[in-house]
Design a protein around this ligand. Structure first.
Ligand SMILES: [Zn+2]
Length: 319
């Protein structure tokens, strides 16, 4: 990608799904097989895809493990020559051994900060509320995360099984999140209904994770374009989870043509066995995405990111 003059920015990447093999092995104290880490090509759906997170989550239950994971993540970003990345994780999933959410978040930020100082990769943390957790649990976590907003944490998200838990059940929670001052994105229209996208925008989401379900829906695509909603697309992951039936149905080009603020992302480097370069090669070869469109998507990413203004300025100057 050296031929393009642009910063390399990613907005949708999960920490647990992106831990390196070496980091997981070190924390587990044993070697792991590739099949334990990544989904197989015959992955049926999002539910099966999500099963791959049990192993990495098992090493994210201590302050040391969380710190190591944050550091590992920045090392991976450095190896991929990334300039800025927003990394997301669900603090509630690291409570199996009783760690408190503020300790969990502080540990991840500690590791990321150590990596940042060593490798000069800028980052922001997005905390994910989970669809299968209660309103009270999610809200308590978000209130703890609020203390880190602007100090490591940059935003919030809703993740988990979208088919089983529609956005309509979380409107109250995200109105609270909005009141707490978080900018937020919602996993919506990944493997669920287009209404999840409009509901998310209605309660204040400025970005949408995936958004595939608004394909061919002129009204919703126009809504996203008019409101400059950032759409975080994850091409390889979206094929693996069967978010589209067929590769030819993938709407990245359609969204770009409709002037939607599309961005390109990896979702989960380890679970999806991908990198930013792989995603870019893949969409150029399979979806006819041009070099100019790649640059446009990186510009979109800077614009809709939740980086500090000084970081945004620095990234913009790299174009
Ligand atoms: Zn995701």
């Amino acid at each position: 990608m050296a031929k393009y003059k642009m910063p390399r920015v990613e907005l949708h990447c999960h920490l647990d799904g992106s831990l390196s093999k070496g980091c997981i092995e070190e924390l587990l104290g044993r070697t792991v097989a590739e099949e334990e880490l990544g989904v197989s090509p015959d992955c049926r759906d999002l539910a099966q895809y999500l099963e791959k997170f049990d192993l990495p989550l098992s090493v994210l239950q201590s302050e040391a493990g969380l710190k190591r994971a944050g550091y590992d993540f920045i090392q991976t970003m450095h190896n991929e020559h990334m300039d800025y990345v927003e990394v997301r994780f669900a603090p509630l999933l690291s409570m199996q051994k009783g760690l408190a959410t503020d300790k969990i978040i502080a540990s991840v930020i500690d590791g990321l900060e150590k990596g940042k100082n060593e490798y000069d990769v800028e980052y922001g943390v997005i905390v994910c509320a989970m669809r299968h957790h209660s309103y009270e649990e999610n809200l308590a976590m978000l209130k703890a995360a609020r203390e880190f907003l602007g100090n490591g944490v940059c935003g919030a998200d809703l993740a988990g099984n979208e088919a089983e838990y529609p956005m309509s059940e979380f409107m109250g929670l995200f109105r609270e999140v909005h009141r707490l001052g978080f900018p937020f994105t919602i996993h919506a229209g990944e493997c669920g209904n287009v209404k999840n996208i409009t509901d998310a925008i209605e309660c204040g989401a400025t970005r949408i994770g995936h958004g595939i379900a608004m394909r061919n829906d002129e009204a919703v695509m126009k809504l996203c374009a008019d409101r400059k909603i950032g759409v975080e697309m994850c091409p390889i992951s979206n094929l693996q989870t069967k978010a589209v039936k067929d590769m030819s149905e993938y709407p990245m080009k359609q969204f770009l043509d409709k002037k939607i603020m599309v961005t390109v992302n990896t979702d989960n480097r380890t679970v999806s066995t991908t990198t930013m370069d792989k995603e870019i090669d893949f969409i150029q070869k399979n979806y006819g995405i041009t070099a100019d469109e790649i640059v446009c998507m990186m510009k979109n990413a800077v614009e809709v990111s939740w980086a500090d203004e000084s970081v945004k300025d620095r990234l913009m100057k790299m174009f």
